[in-house]
Design a protein around this ligand. Structure first.
Ligand SMILES: [Zn+2]
Length: 473
């Protein structure tokens, strides 16, 4: 049976998958610089008999691996970028692997290796049972900066996909049914004239004044946007010394809202505010649009198949040693903070989890109508093909995301167990969709209903290239 073939293959290759995950964990390369991580994953994909294109959509670290032919096309999404500053050894107390270096504080090393494993296991079944299907592994770089999938989507790479299977490392086992915020990321560059700030101020035009006035305007705008929308900014360049009127200043904005069209509306007003700041200060402005993304549209029917398969496999069985590790790691937070963070989360049956360190259950999603504060570029894929997002426990309950604590568990057996559960679940789900056309049809129908009248339009302005330099760390 194809399902057994996939599970057998995964059991046989466990050590190898863990080694790949650990290698990416050690490399810990940030978005668009995942050169070695993407090469490693692309090479493994190639060795498994997939046809691999590395360097797609204008990004040297993006790839697509394809095996088989014809319909259905099952897509598996993989991510592998790290986060700056969270380098951490695989131990429960804070100590960086490399001081100040990036680390896998979002567990994308597990995400990359787990998805690779799922795609290879589906391939094994397709090949040995001569099933008619195409399996595609999408190597998606720079998720943290919301770049990879948006540019891959713009280039039409997901257009022929019938179902996209995704997952994310988490502290619990379930699926995300919530949506996420759509977003625009843009840098405003203001240009003025330098002069001596005390001796010759009347001859200067301050680019920093323009930034400050723009921020004042945007802060007033907050009263006139929906409650769920978010505007945040940083000032990467604000001038050199106080005695020189700055002729250059830059402010970097994120505009977020639960719906893409609301982001577009708020964004237009923010651009007008920037123009107003130019008029007030007699400066000029150019903007660098970095990236934009859509909100997530989860496919319920597909999520249900994932949960069903995860139940069949069962939750991770944690060892005494893993419990000890988790308990020690949890001491990095006060009991109260950890409790609050669990209760604030979107995980199912959270009241039952406040006393626990590691999740040993599988929960039905309880977040269907919710919108998570953050954004993900999986959102863009989800408007092109039916998409579902599994989550498995790879870290300790209540720990913050994007943290050294998560980097620690992503490099040891707690992370590995969650990753293998995800790989098995995704593999079984992919095979079900290939062998049970009725299921695939149901998923497709839900997608058609939810996207009726909608045509995916990239948020990226025409001709724009991926921000390879702008986002260099
Ligand atoms: Zn992530």
């Amino acid at each position: 049976m194809p399902r057994e073939i996939a599970l057998e293959w995964l059991a046989k290759n466990e050590t190898r998958i863990i080694a790949i995950s650990d290698k990416i964990w050690e490399l810990a390369e940030v978005g668009l610089q995942e050169h070695e991580s993407s090469r490693l994953l692309a090479e493994e994909t190639k060795k498994a008999g997939f046809k691999v294109d590395l360097g797609v959509a204008g990004m040297p670290t993006a790839f697509v691996g394809s095996y088989g032919s014809g319909k259905p096309v099952i897509g598996v999404l993989a991510e592998y970028d790290a986060l700056p500053g969270v380098s951490q050894k695989a131990q429960p107390t804070r100590e960086p692997l490399k001081k100040g270096a990036p680390g896998h504080g979002c567990g994308h090393n597990l995400f990359g290796a787990g998805s690779l494993a799922a795609a290879m296991a589906i391939r094994e079944a397709v090949q040995r049972r001569s099933l008619k299907a195409t399996v595609k592994l999408f190597g998606c770089p720079a998720e943290e900066t919301l770049v990879g999938k948006v540019f891959m989507a713009r280039d039409g790479l997901f257009d022929d996909v019938d179902a996209a299977l995704s997952w994310h490392p988490s502290s619990y086992n379930s699926a995300w049914m919530s949506s996420s915020n759509a977003l625009n990321s843009v840098k405003f560059n203001f240009h003025g004239l330098t002069s001596h700030a005390a001796a010759d101020p009347e001859r200067g035009k301050s680019a920093l004044d323009a930034v400050e006035l723009m921020n004042v305007g945007s802060n007033y705008l907050r009263e006139h946007i929906s409650e769920k929308a978010r505007i945040h900014y940083v000032i990467p360049h604000g001038g050199g010394e106080p005695n020189v009127v700055p002729d250059y200043a830059q402010v970097w904005y994120y505009v977020r809202a639960p719906k893409r069209n609301e982001v577009a509306r708020i964004y237009n007003r923010v651009v007008n505010i920037a123009k107003g700041a130019c008029l007030m200060t007699d400066t000029t402005m150019d903007l660098e649009f970095l990236v934009g993304c859509h909100e997530m549209l989860p496919n319920k029917a597909l999520s249900e198949i994932m949960i069903r398969n995860m139940r069949e496999i069962g939750p991770p069985k944690w060892s005494e040693e893993e419990h000890r590790f988790a308990k020690k790691l949890a001491e990095s937070m006060t009991l109260e903070d950890r409790r609050d963070s669990i209760l604030k989360s979107r995980m199912p049956k959270k009241e039952e989890k406040v006393e626990k360190y590691l999740d040993d259950t599988i929960g039905e999603p309880e977040d269907e109508k919710e919108v998570m504060g953050g954004s993900t570029d999986v959102g863009d894929v989800s408007w092109i093909a039916p998409t579902a997002n599994l989550v498995t426990a790879t870290c300790v309950l209540g720990m913050p995301g994007h943290s050294w604590q998560e980097a620690a568990t992503s490099g040891m057996s707690i992370g590995h167990k969650g990753m293998l559960l995800a790989a098995k679940t995704l593999a079984l789900t992919g095979i079900d969709l290939i062998t049970e056309p009725e299921e695939l049809k149901r998923i497709g129908e839900e997608f058609q209903t939810k996207t009726k009248g909608f045509k995916y339009k990239t948020p990226i302005p025409p001709g724009q290239k991926p921000p390879l330099e702008q986002l260099a760390h």
